[in-house]
Design a protein around this ligand. Structure first.
Ligand SMILES: [Zn+2]
Length: 430
C-alpha cells in the first residue's frame, strides 16, 4: 500500500536532516584505500558503524571450497581478498512486512597514476555538487545510503517492520565472490537493493563477465639474432587480434536479443593489463595479458570460457611460433552470468513510487554492460534484485565523482522504498 503523503514528506525531511552526517560518513569511507585485498580496515569501520546502531552483527570469511564448487564462483588467484564479509541484521519487534537485503561493496579499483587526478584519489574533496574520490561513486556513496536510509526512519521514531540485512562485501570488482558468499552463508530476503551508481535508473538487464589471463612464452635471444628468437610480446598482440575478432562475433550475436539488439556494442572485451619482457635489447621471452569480456544473460559462463580457450588454441595452431609454444589461458576472476530483472514485480512498483516521490520523475530502466553483484540474488535466490543508485562520472577513471544532490534524492527514494516494502513500526526501546 502506498505511503501516506504526510509520512512520505516526514521521511524525506529526515533524510535531509541527516545528510550532513551522511556526507561525513561517506567521506570517511572514501579515506580508506580499500583496494583489492586491503579492505580489512574499511570493513572494521563498517562493522562498528552498524554495531553502534544496534544491528545484530555477523562477520565471516569466505569459504573457498564452497565458492569454488558453485557455478557462479570466481576462480581463486593469489590476489583474492581475504577480508571478511560484514552483515548487520535488523530484526523488528514483529515481522509483519517483507524482508530486504541492502547490499554494497567496499572494494575499489586501482587509481592509476595519481598525477592524472585533480585531487589525491583518496581525499574526498567536495566541489559544488560533486564529491570526488576513488570508490566514492562506486560505491561508497551507495554504501552510506544503505545505512542512512534506515537512520532517516529511526530519526523519526520508526524502524522497518521486517528483517533487513545490511551487507558489506568485497571482491565485487574482481570475482563477485563476496556477494556469492552471503548467499552461501544462507542469507536471503524477499528483495534486494544495491545502490550502485546507475544514473537514478533501475538496471533491467546486465551482462555476465569473464576474467582471463593469456600467457605467451617466447624464445629469448639477443636482439642481434632476432630472427632466431620469438617475440612473446608480438605473439600476445596477435592473440589480442584474434580475441577482437571473437568480440565482434559476439557483438553480432546481439541481433534479436531483447535489451541488447539496440545497443551499439553490448559486449566489451578489455585488455586491461599487460606485462612482459625484461630488456629493450632482448627479444622478450614472456608476455601476459589480463582480459575481461561480457556475456549475454542466459549464456553459460563455463561454455563461454571453453569457447575462449578453444579459440586461442586454434589460432595458436595456425601461428608459426605459437604452434609449438601454445599460449596458456587461465580464468582468474569473474565467472559470472548475466541476468534480466523482469518488469512487473511488486518490488519494482514500490521502488517506482518511491523514486517518483523523491525525484518527481518516473523511474526509467536500462541495460548496463558491466558486472553487478545483483546477479547473485537474481540468479540464485531468484528474488527481485534492484540495482539503482546515484548519478556519477568517471568511475574506474580519473577524478571519479558522485553528485551529492543525486545521492540525497536516491537516499530519499530508498528510505521511502524501505518504509513501504518492509512497513514501519515504532523503534525498539533501548
Ligand atoms: Zn560497483
Amino acid at each position: 500500500m502506498a505511503l501516506d503523503p504526510a509520512l512520505r514528506q516526514q521521511i524525506l525531511d529526515s533524510v535531509e536532516a541527516g545528510f550532513a552526517e551522511q556526507l561525513a560518513f561517506t567521506q570517511a569511507l572514501i579515506r580508506f584505500p580499500s583496494l583489492r585485498g586491503a579492505e580489512h580496515a574499511c570493513q572494521d569501520f563498517v562493522y562498528r558503524a552498524l554495531r553502534d546502531r544496534g544491528f545484530a552483527m555477523d562477520r565471516f570469511a569466505m569459504d573457498r571450497d564452497a565458492i569454488t564448487a558453485h557455478p557462479g564462483g570466481g576462480p581463486w588467484s593469489a590476489e583474492h581478498s581475504d577480508a571478511p564479509i560484514v552483515v548487520g541484521l535488523h530484526h523488528p519487534r514483529q515481522e509483519t512486512g517483507r524482508s530486504l537485503i541492502l547490499q554494497a561493496h567496499v572494494d575499489v579499483v586501482p587509481t592509476g597514476p595519481a598525477d592524472m587526478w585533480g585531487h589525491a584519489p583518496f581525499d574526498p574533496v567536495v566541489e559544488g555538487d560533486w564529491l570526488y574520490g576513488r570508490g566514492g561513486a562506486d560505491m561508497k556513496a551507495g554504501h552510506a545510503a544503505n545505512i542512512f536510509c534506515l537512520d532517516a526512519l529511526r530519526r523519526i521514531g520508526l524502524q522497518p517492520a521486517a528483517t533487513v540485512l545490511v551487507q558489506s562485501v568485497v571482491e565485487e570488482e574482481s570475482t563477485g565472490n563476496g556477494a556469492l558468499m552471503t548467499h552461501l552463508r544462507g542469507y536471503k530476503a524477499d528483495a534486494v537493493l544495491i545502490p550502485e551508481p546507475e544514473e537514478e535508473m533501475l538496471v533491467r538487464a546486465n551482462v555476465g563477465v569473464l576474467w582471463f589471463q593469456v600467457e605467451v612464452r617466447g624464445l629469448p635471444v639477443h636482439v642481434r639474432e632476432m630472427g632466431r628468437g620469438a617475440n612473446a610480446i608480438d605473439a600476445a598482440w596477435r592473440v589480442v587480434g584474434e580475441l577482437r575478432a571473437l568480440e565482434e562475433e559476439w557483438n553480432a550475436a546481439k541481433a534479436g536479443r531483447e535489451h541488447f539488439a539496440e545497443i551499439e556494442h553490448p559486449i566489451n572485451l578489455n585488455i586491461g593489463k599487460i606485462e612482459g619482457g625484461d630488456w629493450a635489447s632482448s627479444v622478450p621471452g614472456w608476455c601476459r595479458i589480463d582480459c575481461r569480456i561480457g556475456l549475454y544473460p542466459g549464456i553459460d559462463a563455463g561454455v563461454a570460457a571453453r569457447e575462449i580457450s578453444e579459440r586461442v588454441a586454434r589460432f595458436a595452431r595456425g601461428d608459426g611460433f605459437m604452434g609449438n609454444n601454445p599460449p596458456v589461458v587461465t580464468f582468474n576472476g569473474f565467472h559470472a552470468e548475466g541476468y534480466v530483472q523482469p518488469p512487473g514485480s511488486e518490488a519494482e512498483a514500490v521502488l517506482a513510487r518511491a523514486h517518483q516521490a523523491a525525484t518527481g520523475q518516473a523511474l526509467r530502466s536500462f541495460m548496463t554492460p558491466g558486472y553487478l553483484d545483483t546477479r547473485v540474488y537474481a540468479l540464485y535466490d531468484r528474488v527481485p534484485s534492484l540495482c539503482y543508485g546515484p548519478i556519477s562520472e568517471n568511475i574506474h577513471g580519473f577524478d571519479e565523482r558522485v553528485s551529492l544532490a543525486s545521492v540525497k534524492r536516491i537516499t530519499g527514494a530508498m528510505a521511502l522504498f524501505v518504509a513501504e516494502w518492509c512497513g514501519v513500526e515504532p523503534v525498539s526501546p533501548g
